[in-house]
Ligand binder design. Sequence first.
Ligand code: CO
Length: 350
Amino acid sequence: MDTVTLLESLSNAFGVSGFEDDVRRVLHPLVAGLADEVRTDALGNLIAVRRGRTAPVLMLDAHMDEIGMIVNHVEDAGFLRFATIGGWDARILPAQAVTVRAQDGTLHRGVIGTLPPHLLSTEERAKPLPAESLFIDIGADSAAAVAARGVRVGDPATLAYPFERWPDGHVLGKALDDRVGCAVLVQVLAALRSRTPEMTVACAFAVSEEVGLRGARTAAYQLDPVIALAIEGTVAADVPGVAGARQVTRMGGGPAISVADRSIIVRPHLVRALERIAASRGIPYQLKTPLYGGTDAGAIHLNRAGVLAGGVSVPCRYIHTPLSLLRTRDVEDAVRLVTAFVEEAHTLLG
Ligand code: CO
């Protein structure tokens, strides 16, 4: 499958932390034909193992989950109250279209309702509304009408708009953090179809990264890797008004190699190896500015006696909003870099 089509199906899939079933359902058939073993663990991580010539495990991680909301109360008049899951910016929630996923898997459209400016004081208009004061309107006029649609307390929701293909190789969509990492893993497995890797490659499509790197922790325990890479969609802040370190990465600048973030300080020889591999193959790359963000590598490197772990990220503008923008060239270059790393990672051992 071409990368943009893959990104489209992954971005459009619903996958709030803890409710990643739909994303896993997209990924499972794709990796089944590319791996020697595919399984889903107790937390919902999807694990795909491609056996290499040797037993030591190279773990590649990308998280399936996206930030979202969870219904915590249904008003008599049919409005849904919610709590947030993961790191939202409170300013962007009001007046957005949402998708609520009922227990039976059906998706229901809604909108986070707001009052028109006519009804607000100048002061009220100037400050963001706390999530507790917001509500989702699914066009149901009573609690009974909500129940009749199968929607109930505990159902997840997220801001959602359909994926868009833009000119010059840009795509816009929700949850590119980290569906782009999932796409990279699938394409790396596809690239390994024709050659047996030296190390055994275990891909972990992890759950619940956005609420504390949870799936990656237990995936690392069971896979027991010696080397690992977390593949992320990360902050590109190459926009007006942001300069220097705060840009973190630049869209179009190639995959970003992590040096240090809030969850890990990558061993310098791993950073150098990734840089050397990129340079020797003519793959553009950039260093991700320290010390912003955190990734699954933070959980993985602390597994058992410690794992040589690092990160490669695809720059995405406007992450943690429903409309993230990325350049597919950066995705293709990330696939090339990670595939090359798979071929050379064993040289870091011993
Ligand atoms: Co992420």
